[in-house]
Write a new protein. Structure first.
Length: 431
């Protein structure tokens, strides 16, 4: 294992907090945000802090508040807590700088860099968002952060792109998830790279290092003739998913694996660590450390994908990125998801060039920007706000309950119409 300090260390953390806003995180985040304490002896004799920390959230706050655009106070609070926890638990008391933050409805991303390293060197910082819910609304979608780190000798350096996503839920909606992914690729667009001849926007793949993570919502899809496929076999399926051998045997039925590695429909060029080494991140009883909810088949819904410019399309199972750690954090119990975390050791910086090194894609795969991306994004956002504020007002009218708010609204209209009728009758009787 190389411990070359020139190899950037990237930590990625993701958590679907189950719409709980300020209540979605415990105050002590050491188990989730300081995993290098577990692996530092594996990296080097001296404990090493990550050069970059990316923290993604899904279902950041109640949906109606997110649609109404009221997520800013929540993400500001999360930023303050996360930053304090990263610095408090940094192995050598390192300091960090917030490189960028972005939020759309309930999907949020915070990216930090070492204050005496990448945090101060990062330039050309950009943020983007897109919604892939109904009519391009933001109840599902993705946010992204991109920045460039110049070379030590003044060269153009390398570009980092981080994407946090929340895709369509439910096992039978796999086709929707595939569509969500391709929609995000075509609409989560960034300006052209430095020195590019074209002024056209670029997709997420125009980068040196790419990380795609979040609640991707892919489930287990067992064939009908599998011994554990029947509904009455769910307890046995859960038992199998509780063992290393059982998870290893079932990993081939993971929808994401089937689509990426077998069918080649999504995540072209992306690699992933051995997700089957940890227990499924979904779906748990609230308040429980290790008890699944019987209403859903457990699944690895929360994932971290990555690729880099030196990865070859001809060897999709190999990567120049070393996956040092990939796991869940069972101790957090306020959500039906468990947080996930990955620690990735990147290749050394590329030799000095006048152009940014970019990811190599498989032959025949040419993702292109959607020319209508901005129109779709902002039309979806207008609909977000209309529905969000209406929902919010009805919830206020119902003292926190939407159904009661609707009933109160209808009752209010009835009372108003009755009053108008009585008032009108009174005036018609005057001489």
């Amino acid at each position: 294992m190389s411990t070359d300090p020139s190899r950037p260390l990237v930590q990625i953390a993701s958590y679907n907090t189950n719409l709980q806003a300020e209540r979605g995180l415990p105050q002590d985040l050491v188990d989730w945000l300081a995993p290098t304490l577990q692996v530092s002896s594996f990296l080097a004799r001296e404990r090493r802090a990550p050069d970059i920390v990316a923290v993604g959230f899904q279902e950041l706050l109640p949906l109606h508040l997110g649609l109404a655009g009221l997520s800013k106070p929540v993400i500001e609070s999360r930023n303050a807590l996360v930053l304090s926890q990263i610095e408090e638990h940094a192995p050598n008391k390192e300091r960090y700088t917030l490189i960028a933050k972005v939020v759309n409805v309930g999907v949020a991303l915070l990216v930090y860099g070492l204050d005496n390293g990448i945090g101060r060197k990062a330039v050309d910082v950009q943020t983007q968002w897109t919604g892939c819910g109904p009519a391009h609304m933001g109840n599902k979608g993705a946010v992204g952060v991109r920045f460039r780190v110049p070379g030590e000798d003044g060269g153009v350096g390398e570009v980092y792109t981080f994407v946090c996503a929340h895709l369509t839920a439910h096992a039978h909606k796999n086709a929707h998830r595939i569509h969500d992914y391709h929609y995000i690729v075509s609409t989560l667009l960034f300006p052209p790279l430095p020195g590019a001849d074209s002024k056209a926007p670029t997709t997420i793949f125009s980068t040196s290092h790419l990380f795609f993570f979040g609640d991707l919502n892919f489930r287990l899809s067992l064939p009908a003739d599998h011994d554990l496929a029947a509904a009455d076999q769910q307890l046995n399926l859960v038992a199998s998913l509780s063992t290393d051998d059982g998870r290893s045997a079932l990993r081939e039925y993971d929808q994401l694996v089937l689509e990426r590695d077998v069918k080649g429909t999504i995540f072209q060029s992306f690699r992933e660590g051995e997700f089957w080494r940890f227990k499924c991140s979904y779906k748990y009883h609230l308040g429980e450390v290790d008890r699944y909810d019987s209403k859903r088949v457990p699944a690895w819904t929360d994932r971290v994908m990555y690729t880099t410019y030196s990865d070859s399309p001809e060897t999709p199972q190999e990567s120049s990125i070393t996956n040092v750690l990939y796991t869940t954090v069972p101790s957090y119990t306020t959500s039906d998801h468990k947080p996930i975390v990955a620690v990735l050791l990147l290749p050394p910086p590329a030799p000095t060039t006048t152009t940014v090194p970019v990811i190599r894609l498989p032959e025949g795969y040419h993702p292109t920007p959607d020319p209508w991306a901005n129109l779709k994004k902002y039309s979806g956002r207008v609909l977000d706000r209309i529905i969000g504020y209406t929902w919010w007002l009805l919830t206020l009218l119902g003292a926190g309950h939407l159904a009661l708010g609707i009933a109160n609204f209808i009752l209010s209209i009835g009372v108003w119409r009755w009053w108008r009728s009585r008032n009108g009758d009174g005036y018609t009787q005057l001489p």
